[in-house]
Ligand binder design. Structure first.
Ligand code: PEP
Ligand code: MG
Length: 576
């Protein structure tokens, strides 16, 4: 039995056999071949090149239709790699000379090319390394007849063990046989972790070297609340965790008993508790856990795991469904927040876009009004089916809010001309998740109908800590005095301007933080559905006055750790 510790990403305990997904690193054994096999190996290589060419041309066509010719042209560079006579001839001549399997020779030649290109001073040529790497991997996959892992192939409930999983990988686990997952890398508020919470899959991330310690079929216990992974437990440990599973169920039932009661503090202050969702069919879980609406619908997941961009009609159907299912409660649709750690595999978007500081979210949408308008029109059209609101992610100042609203007005004008109904008074909010927005929230409050504080990003940008990087996870402190002061200022500015303010970052659903943010005056808390009953239970156990006192004391403390210890203590006192 081995016990290892990682970052607790999604709570709950799961027990099951491991299923290890290997990193796509091609370790190809060196195999001598007979002289007579050389033509067969050359043919294999040529077929792999043809197949790769076919794949790239098809991808290019799809991108030209979905995103425009300019984006499609990125792949011309990939096609050029495929036609590189020097590379092809080097593979064939070494194959003939060394008489080794073609996959091995190709990988050797590829490594040499990558090495040479990455050392070149010229920036343009240096960038070609990524193209060569991409195309090279495609060729290798075709040479080896490999497919990417498909979760649908899983026959029993397994614990997935992987170096890393993208948010779209996690979304693809939905309704598949995955009872938990564990990864080598990742942080607590990476979208992979957030997705796991929504799907109610316990997860531990950032467990360095875990893929080296676990083999497929090892029995694993994943404790997503404590961040523990136990490999091949002994009988006593197994029983301990099975008992833990039963206890958790009991606690969950206690919290669930208040789920349909109003969210009132003991002195009668009404608070809104809403849910965060990524996929439309989570509305069932949202209702089950007693949410009073949806405070964050992360629509980018709609663009993932599919071929091409969703059409206006598809957006419209999804939003109308969620709006009418949640009626009379509000649903806040967050417009496309692409980038950071959420990228769309089908576009093979340049690497830079995955960067948290890059061309992403509302910046991408403002630069691509063609894509943005499809979504905005659909939101407007769906607004007649329920209480829809919309908000923009990553607003960094008033100018961006104005630009986005200008495009929204254009969409309204178009719909008016087309005679299509929509709610002209739809509430439009700004997410406050960039420090510059937090510092100018008094100005933004004049032009927005509401704010929603995106603490996941606000923390990473203000503390300069990558939210998805396990190496700096210890610095990711939601209760850092800087963060608390910012939240206080945002709430005060919003209230001063007469608008309401919510919070949809993970902080709003962390039991230990609730008392402080309640005391700071937050109006709406939005969180993964399954934590709603517990948060409701806490809010119903305290007076607003007491929460205000706790917040005031917290603001006097000097470090995040002091604040956290203090708030844990107060929570324990309140819950007995
Ligand atoms: C946030 O940043 O807090 C947020 C809610 O948005 P996301 O996690 O999708 O970036
Ligand atoms: Mg964000």
């Amino acid at each position: 039995m081995i016990k290892v510790k990682g970052i607790a990403a999604a709570s709950g305990i799961s027990i099951g056999p491991a299923y290890r997904i290997d990193k796509e690193e091609f370790v190809i054994p060196k195999e001598p071949i007979a002289q007579g096999d050389i033509p067969v190996q050359i043919q294999l290589f040529e077929e792999a090149l043809i197949q790769t060419r076919r794949e790239i041309v098809a991808l290019q066509k799809r991108i030209a239709t979905d995103m425009g010719q300019e984006q499609a042209e990125i792949f011309d560079a990939h096609l050029l790699v495929l036609e590189d006579r020097m590379l092809i001839e080097e593979v064939i001549s070494r194959l003939k000379k060394e008489r080794l399997n073609v996959a091995y020779i190709f990988l050797e030649v590829l490594k040499k090319y990558i090495d040479v290109f990455s050392k070149i001073e010229d920036e343009y040529l240096k960038e070609r390394t990524a193209d060569i790497n991409d195309v090279g991997k495609r060729i290798l996959r075709n040479l080896l007849g490999k497919k990417r892992m498909d979760f649908k192939d899983l026959k029993e409930k397994v614990v997935l063990v992987a170096h890393d999983l993208s948010p779209s990988d996690t979304a693809a686990m939905h309704k598949q046989n995955v009872c938990a997952f564990v990864t080598d890398i990742g942080g607590k508020t990476s979208h992979t972790a957030i997705m796991a919470k929504s799907l109610e899959i316990p997860a531990v991330v950032g467990v360095e070297g875990i893929t080296l310690k676990i083999k497929t079929n090892d029995l694993l216990i994943v404790d997503g609340s404590m961040g523990d992974v136990i490999i091949n437990p002994d009988e006593a440990t197994l029983q301990f965790y099975q008992e833990g599973q039963r206890k958790l169920k009991g606690i969950a039932e206690k919290f669930l008993s208040v789920k349909d009661l109003p969210t009132l503090t003991l002195d009668g202050k009404q608070i809104e508790i809403t849910a965060n969702i990524e996929l439309p069919d989570e509305v069932g879980s949202v209702k089950l856990h007693g949410a009073q609406g949806i405070g964050l619908y992360r629509t980018e997941f709609f663009y993932m795991n599919r071929k091409g961009l969703p059409s206006e009609e598809e957006h419209y159907q999804a939003y109308s469904y969620v709006a009418s299912e949640m009626k009379p409660y509000p649903v806040i649709i967050r417009t496309l927040d692409l980038g950071g750690d959420k990228f769309l595999s089908q576009f093979e978007i340049p690497h830079e876009m995955q960067n948290f500081l890059g061309w992403r979210a509302v910046r991408f949408c403002l630069a691509r009004p063609d894509i943005f308008k499809v979504q905005l029109r659909a939101i407007l059209r769906a607004s007649v089916h329920g209480k829809l609101k919309l908000m923009y992610p990553m607003i960094s100042g008033v100018e961006e809010l104005r630009q986005a609203n200008k495009i929204l007005d254009d969409c309204k004008e178009e719909l008016r001309k087309e005679g299509l109904p929509f709610n002209d008074n739809i509430e439009v909010g700004a997410m406050i998740e960039v420090p510059s927005a937090a510092m100018t929230c008094d100005l933004l409050a004049e032009e927005a109908d509401f704010f929603s504080i995106g603490t996941n990003d606000l923390i990473q940008y203000s503390l300069a800590v990558d939210r998805a990087n396990e190496k700096v996870a210890y610095l990711y402190e939601p209760l850092h005095p800087a963060v608390l002061r910012m939240i206080k200022n945002i709430i005060e500015a919003a209230h001063h301007a007469g608008i309401w303010v919510g919070m949809c970052g993970e902080m709003a659903g962390e039991p230990a933080f609730i008392l402080i943010i309640l005391g700071l005056g937050l109006d709406e808390f939005s969180m993964p559905p399954q934590v709603i009953p517990e948060v409701k239970y806490i809010i119903r156990s305290v007076t607003l006055k007491k929460a205000q006192e706790i917040a005031q004391k917290a603001l006097q403390l000097s470090t995040g750790k002091e604040v956290e210890a203090f708030s844990q203590l107060e929570l324990r006192k309140i819950l007995g």
